[in-house]
Structure formats: structure tokens, C-alpha cells
Design a protein around this ligand. Structure first.
Ligand code: ZN
Ligand code: ZN
Ligand code: FE
Length: 764
């Protein structure tokens, strides 16, 4: 053996499995004439290279920088070994029986190489709807366990044919160890079903489905993370029929455009939107709609934005190419149920909605909805829902979890979070924990994540609301330490932690509902806090919520309460609500608000939006949470420069944002016949200015320059941009969630960050 011979061992941690890392290492070693081995194990990738010392140096220098596109190396540990005389470089099988610790990657959109083959008539996978390779395809949604190898995926039941196996075993092939590798000979296939679940034998199921869609039919399509319901987006009769059958009144439908050009005909696509639309995650991007966008009125009634995505699976690419038109692609469910993903259940649930079902026999292991986000001024991303394409990517914690943590999240738009060391894995979107099925996906999801990431939680963080099912689940977990985290503190901590900050910061946390430390319903909070704790420095003036939960579905009730607060008990039915609300009901609710019976106090900014929308005559009742606020934002006249008064008063040690003057001004304008667009716009400006002023005042008293904006209300683009702009002009630093949802989908991560910080403090 030559004296210049050297052997080095490298352990690579991070997202390195299922991303073509081993073949990449194999190629690199081959190029440099090195021998040794590489394998996937429970901690990531382990490799040893042996050969001429200079070549080993080069190998180690290039290993990180030239890694495949889907890989994310978090740690690279190199140690020296003694040469053993290896002559070849081999890929060794994964060892069995270890405790796994390796991350699984997110599902990734079809890559350019696979697309080229998909549409190449000479290719053996021409028009094969399950084409994929090492750089693309399903991952998280098909994983059952780890190491990430075919037997631990839902592809286990498909035996590769000789050709596929040859690709799979050839380190020079771009399908080397692509676990979902398949072809028309050996892989999954499509079937077209009638609404009763009986197979239709009418030639190519894809072409038949596309023809039905073009003719205005509704087709349920099995995708990557669940079923979609599809129909032509420009066919009002089809879209209206879909709405009626789905029992979904007004909530906007997402669209799938065939190409970026088609997307540009629908919404304003800036640089950041384009990057999101065409990236491997392929989320639904919410962007302002283009004038005369070619969509039926029922697609997104009253919404200023449209949600658009591009095809992300080969099946979608083929379907959209065959249809040639933009499709509505909404989740396959009835009203508020979770999206269907199991085949037996899909026919039962969707047979009454769809005219046809386009299904396939590759099982979906984990139901995963499409992710939804928008881009705010300045290029900041704002997640409405973080799920397919992003999950299970990890987010770092500023304070590493000294013991494994499970954070159970909130009630609505639930996610949970598992944390070990410095890494936190936030789950896919679970949904509203109010029925058996969502609760089941919550508990199943937790078990799945605990297995995938080998975490056995010793600490369980939860919301303070005793009635949340997520809280009850936490309290029932045996033998764990419990850490309760206040809802709005979790919002604050989540925004700090994802930016790697610890605080202290001022937090303007505006949302619909959260359990306060005083037992009232919070939702317009000015907090001062860090990861460990907080105090309440201010809040929106509290009003009664007449009838409790009913007032959330009937914004006119909150309008009544705000008018009573602003004008006294004499507040009469405003002209904008006559016709929508009977005078007797108005008087009754007024009395309820006055006495406080069945009417909890709330500081919710979400409810203030509801009240103003109702006063404007936009909505007396809503069909989904947040609808009134969305329509109030949509109504804003962009040319209006006026504002309303909104006072800041010091009361009982709290800085109170008092919108009673605002409410009086709104009413005055409405009575005087002012345009709703002007009123809506002035209200937004008034709230933004008051928020900026309140944050400035608290920041200077607390001697911090850091302000966090979070909570579902900040999904409102107009408000988020106005408050961010105002604070930045005042010289303050603004943090707003960009990697996790601004709404309650970000709560679990915030709970984990607080728990990790408290564990670190008590260990000191
Ligand atoms: Zn590919
Ligand atoms: Zn095959
Ligand atoms: Fe919230």
C-alpha cells in the first residue's frame, strides 16, 4: 500500500435519504478513483472512501457543495481511518435493527427529466402517470417507516420488473434507489370508476377523465396526498354543481393551471410567486386576480385573490395537458370533513359528488393537503396552510429540546409538533379537531411521527383551553411532564423561534379566539415576551360576544355588541342590516350583550372585523370562519386615503386599543350613504395606525426594537403590509411568520419552542 493512501469516514446528517445521496456519492467517488462504501442508516448517510490522499481531500471538499438538489446537509462529521485495501466503491444495504433517526423528505414535484420522458412517445414511460426518479416523486405521503427503503413505503406491494430493477440497481442511472421507481409493466395503474365504485373499461382512463372534464363533469382525482374534486374552472354550471354537491357555499376553490402562462392569465405573478408556483413544493399560491380572469363567478365569490397551483404529479401533468384548460382542484371532501385519501372510503364519500372517479392502486399512507401561501410586500412568504411539499421538513429551535417534546397545537387548523435536540418537525395540516375523523388523524399522525423520527416524548406541551381536544389528549398521555402554553404566547414564540430569535419582543397577536390567562376570550393582544414567558401590555377593548359561538357564525351579533358599547344600550338596527336581521332579534341580542348572559367577554380583533363587515352590510352571517373579514378586505377601495379615529387609552395598567370612536364613525358614514369601499379602507387604515402606535409605545417603554406580528388576522394582506410598513418606518424590526402558518397551524411549534426554553432554564 502506498504511503499516500488515505481512508476517511464521513457521517452526513440532515435530509440525505431518498434524495439520491448514495448514487451521488458513488459517482463522485468513481470520478475521483476512490474505493469504499456508502450506506443509509438510522442517522443519515455513512460513508468511507479510500484512495490517493489528494483525491480523498477533493472528495471531502466537494461532498457538501455538490450534493443533489433535494438534499439538505445539517452536519458533516469526518474522521480518519486506516486504509484496508478496498478496490471498489460499493453501495451497501442499510443495517437493520437500529433506532432510526433519519429525516424523511417531503413530496417533490415531477422533475424536468421525468417530464421530458413523460411526453416522449419513444420512451417506455410515455404517458405513464407514476413516473418518478431520485430527484422527484412521492416521499412523505408513501412512507410507512424508516430507513427510507422500498419495503417501508406503500410501493412495497409492487415488484419491480427486470428493467426497473436494473435502473434501481445501477448507480449511474438517475433512478438508482428511487424507492417509488415504476413503469407501466410493473407499477401502479389508473382505473376510472363510476360513482358507485364500479370500474369503467373505456380505454385510456386519463383521456376518458379529461373528456368528461371538458364536457363539464365533476371528476374525483386521486393525487399525492389525497383526493381532489375537479371540474372546468370556466364552466359556471359545473362549478355551481360542485359547490351544491360539496355543501360548500362560498369558500374559494383552488385552481390548477396547465402552465405558468395560464396561471398568469388568472393572477398577478411576480418573481416570488413564480418561484413558488414552479418550485418542487408546488403549493397553492394566493395572488390578486387579474381583471377578467377566465374563471366562473362561483370559483371564489367575493375574494380578491385566487388560489392557483401548477401540476405537481405526472398524473396532473397528463390530465391538464389533455384538458387544455384550468381546472378547479378542491379537496375531496364534503364541507368541513378532512380530505379523503383511503380508497374504500373515497367512493363512499365522493361518489355522491363526483360523476367519475379517477383512481389508482398506490396507497397513500398519510393524508396531506395542498399547502397554501401568499407573498407579502417585500417578498415575505405567508403560509395559510403548510402541508404537502414542506412536511416533514424540520424547523430549528433556538433552545435545543433537552428532552423529547410533543406539542399538541390548538383546536382549529391543528398541527402538532415533535422536537428532539435542535430540530422540530411540524406535522401536516390536521384540520379542525371537532370530529372523530380529524381526531383520529391527529392521534395516528402523532404515532407516525414518533416512529419516523424515533421520538418518545417525555414532555408534552399544550394549550391552556381545557376544552380543546388537543389539550385533553395531552392531559391523558401517561407518564409525561406537561407544559401549558398560553395561545397568544405560543403565536409570539413561534414567530421569534423560526427567525432564530429569543426576544424579548413586543407582540401584536390578533386572531379569532384564544384562551386567556384570565378566563376570557383573547384575540387582540399586545404582549411583551420571550420564549420563556410573557406579560400582557395591552389589548383591544373587550366587548360581549352575544350567544358565544353563535356570534362567530352571525357577525351581526358582534356588530350589535360593538354598537351597544359605542352608543349605549339604545343602539338601533342600522340601515345596512335591516332586511338581514329582524328588529326583534336585534333588540334581544342587544339585551344579551348588555346583561352579559351567555355572552363571554372578548378582545378578538377577528370579531371586530366581523362587526365592521356586518355594519357595512357585507355580511350578516358567514359560511366559514374569517369570511366576513376576507370580504371586508376585498371591498377596500385602493384609492381611498382617509382613516378613522381609533384611540389608545391606559386602563388598569393595560394599553387599550379602543375602537368605539371608529365604530361610531363607521356607522355615521354608512348612515350618510358613504361607499362601502371607502369605509372598509378607512377602517383598515385606522386599525393599522393604532396598532403601529401601540407597538411603538410599548417597545419604547420596554426598550426593545423588536416587534412580532402574528395570529390569523394577519392573513389580511392589507393589514399585514400596512402595519409592517408603519413599524419599519418607525425604525422597528418586524418579525412575521414566514416558514410556518401565521394562524393556528403555527401554534404547535410555538408551544415546542416555549417548552424547550423552559426545560433549558430549569436545567441551569
Ligand atoms: Zn424525476
Ligand atoms: Zn417496471
Ligand atoms: Fe390563534
Amino acid at each position: 500500500m502506498s504511503a499516500l493512501r488515505r481512508r476517511a469516514r464521513a457521517r452526513v446528517e440532515g435530509t440525505v435519504q431518498g434524495v439520491g445521496f448514495r448514487p451521488y456519492v458513488h459517482r463522485l467517488a468513481g470520478e475521483l478513483g476512490l474505493a469504499g462504501y456508502v450506506l443509509n442508516d438510522a442517522h443519515g448517510v455513512l460513508l468511507e472512501v479510500e484512495g490517493e490522499a489528494g483525491a480523498v481531500d477533493q472528495f471531502l471538499a466537494r461532498l457538501g457543495p455538490e450534493a443533489p438538489p433535494l438534499a439538505a446537509i445539517e452536519r458533516l462529521l469526518v474522521s480518519e481511518g486506516s486504509p484496508v485495501g478496498d478496490e471498489q466503491f460499493v453501495i451497501r444495504p442499510s443495517p437493520r435493527g437500529e433506532r432510526p433517526d433519519a429525516p424523511v423528505t417531503a413530496d417533490s414535484a415531477t422533475c424536468a427529466d421525468c417530464l421530458a420522458e413523460l411526453f416522449d412517445p419513444a420512451d417506455r414511460r410515455y404517458r405513464y402517470p407514476f413516473i418518478n426518479c431520485t430527484n422527484c416523486g412521492p416521499r412523505f405521503t408513501i412512507v410507512r417507516g424508516i430507513p427510507y427503503d422500498r419495503p417501508f413505503t406503500t410501493m412495497a406491494g409492487f415488484r419491480m420488473c427486470a428493467q426497473c430493477l436494473a435502473e434501481y440497481e445501477n448507480p449511474r442511472d438517475r433512478r438508482f434507489h428511487a424507492q417509488p421507481n415504476a413503469c407501466p409493466e410493473c407499477g401502479p395503474s389508473l382505473t376510472l370508476l363510476d360513482p358507485g365504485g364500479a370500474p369503467l373499461h373505456s380505454g385510456d382512463p386519463l383521456r376518458a377523465a379529461a373528456a368528461a372534464l371538458r364536457a363539464g363533469r365533476i371528476v374525483a382525482v386521486k393525487g399525492i396526498g389525497g383526493y381532489h374534486l375537479a371540474c372546468r374552472a370556466d364552466d359556471e354550471a359545473a362549478v355551481a354543481r360542485l359547490r351544491a354537491r360539496k355543501h360548500r357555499e362560498d369558500k374559494p376553490f383552488a385552481l390548477m393551471a396547465a402552465s405558468l402562462e395560464q396561471a398568469r392569465a388568472l393572477v398577478m405573478v411576480g418573481k416570488a410567486e413564480r418561484a413558488l408556483l414552479t418550485g418542487p413544493e408546488r403549493p397553492i399560491v394566493l395572488a390578486p386576480r387579474v381583471d377578467r380572469a377566465p374563471v366562473a363567478p362561483s370559483v371564489a365569490p367575493g375574494a380578491p385573490e385566487l388560489g392557483v397551483m401548477l401540476p405537481y404529479s405526472p398524473l396532473h401533468h397528463l390530465l391538464l395537458a389533455d384538458c387544455g384548460c384550468t381546472l378547479v382542484m378542491t379537496s375531496g371532501n364534503v364541507s368541513d370533513e378532512p380530505i379523503a385519501f383511503a380508497d374504500d372510503d373515497a367512493v363512499a364519500r365522493l361518489g355522491g359528488i363526483a360523476d367519475l372517479l379517477l383512481v389508482h392502486n398506490r396507497p397513500i399512507e398519510t393524508r396531506t393537503d395542498d399547502s397554501v401561501l401568499r407573498v407579502l410586500a417585500g417578498g415575505r412568504r405567508s403560509f395559510v396552510r403548510r402541508s404537502r411539499g414542506y412536511v416533514p421538513g424540520s424547523v430549528r429551535l433556538p433552545d435545543p429540546a433537552l428532552r423529547p417534546i410533543l406539542a399538541c397545537g390548538a383546536e382549529l387548523k391543528n398541527t402538532f409538533c415533535i422536537a428532539k435536540g435542535a430540530r422540530a418537525w411540524v406535522s401536516h395540516h390536521i384540520g379542525d379537531l371537532e370530529n372523530y375523523e380529524t381526531l383520529r388523524s391527529f392521534t395516528d399522525g402523532i404515532e407516525h411521527f414518533e416512529r419516523l423520527f424515533a421520538v418518545d416524548p417525555e414532555v408534552v406541551a399544550h394549550d391552556l383551553h381545557p376544552e380543546y381536544l388537543s389539550t385533553k389528549y395531552a392531559l391523558e398521555r401517561p407518564g409525561v411532564e406537561l407544559i401549558g402554553v398560553q395561545h397568544h404566547h405560543a403565536h409570539l414564540a413561534a414567530a421569534l423561534a423560526e427567525h432564530g430569535e429569543r426576544g424579548p419582543a413586543v407582540g401584536a397577536i390578533f386572531d379569532g379566539t384564544g384562551y386567556g390567562t384570565d378566563g376570557t376570550v383573547w384575540g387582540g393582544e399586545l404582549l411583551v415576551g420571550d420564549l420563556a414567558g410573557f406579560h400582557r401590555a395591552g389589548a383591544l377593548r373587550a366587548v360581549r360576544l352575544p350567544g358565544g359561538a353563535r356570534a362567530i357564525r352571525e357577525p351581526w351579533r358582534v356588530a350589535c355588541a360593538w354598537l351597544a358599547a359605542a352608543l349605549g344600550s339604545e343602539a338601533e338596527l342600522p340601515p345596512s342590516l335591516t332586511g338581514a336581521v329582524p328588529a326583534r332579534a336585534w333588540a334581544q341580542v342587544g339585551r344579551l350583550a348588555e346583561r352579559g348572559t351567555a355572552s363571554p367577554l372578548t378582545t378578538s380583533v377577528g370579531r371586530l372585523f366581523d362587526a365592521v363587515a356586518a355594519l357595512c352590510g357585507i355580511r350578516a352571517t358567514v359560511n366559514y370562519e374569517g369570511q366576513a373579514a376576507i370580504e371586508l378586505e376585498a371591498a377596500c377601495d385602493p384609492d381611498e386615503r382617509g382613516s378613522y379615529p381609533m384611540e389608545l387609552v391606559q386602563e388598569d395598567g393595560l394599553l387599550v386599543i379602543d375602537p368605539r370612536d371608529t365604530v361610531r364613525s363607521v356607522l355615521g358614514d354608512i348612515r350618510a350613504g358613504a361607499a362601502v369601499g371607502a369605509v372598509a379602507s378607512r377602517f383598515h387604515t385606522a386599525l393599522a395606525r393604532a396598532t403601529v402606535a401601540a407597538c411603538e409605545r410599548i417597545a419604547s417603554a420596554e426598550q426593545t426594537d423588536l416587534v412580532v406580528l402574528s395570529g390569523g388576522v394577519f392573513q389580511n394582506r392589507r393589514l399585514a403590509e400596512a402595519v409592517t410598513g408603519g413599524l419599519e418606518r418607525a425604525g422597528l424590526r418586524v418579525l412575521i411568520p414566514e416558514r410556518l402558518p401565521v394562524g393556528d397551524g403555527g401554534i404547535s411549534y410555538g408551544q415546542a419552542a416555549v417548552a424547550a426554553c423552559r426545560l433549558a432554564i430549569s436545567a441551569r
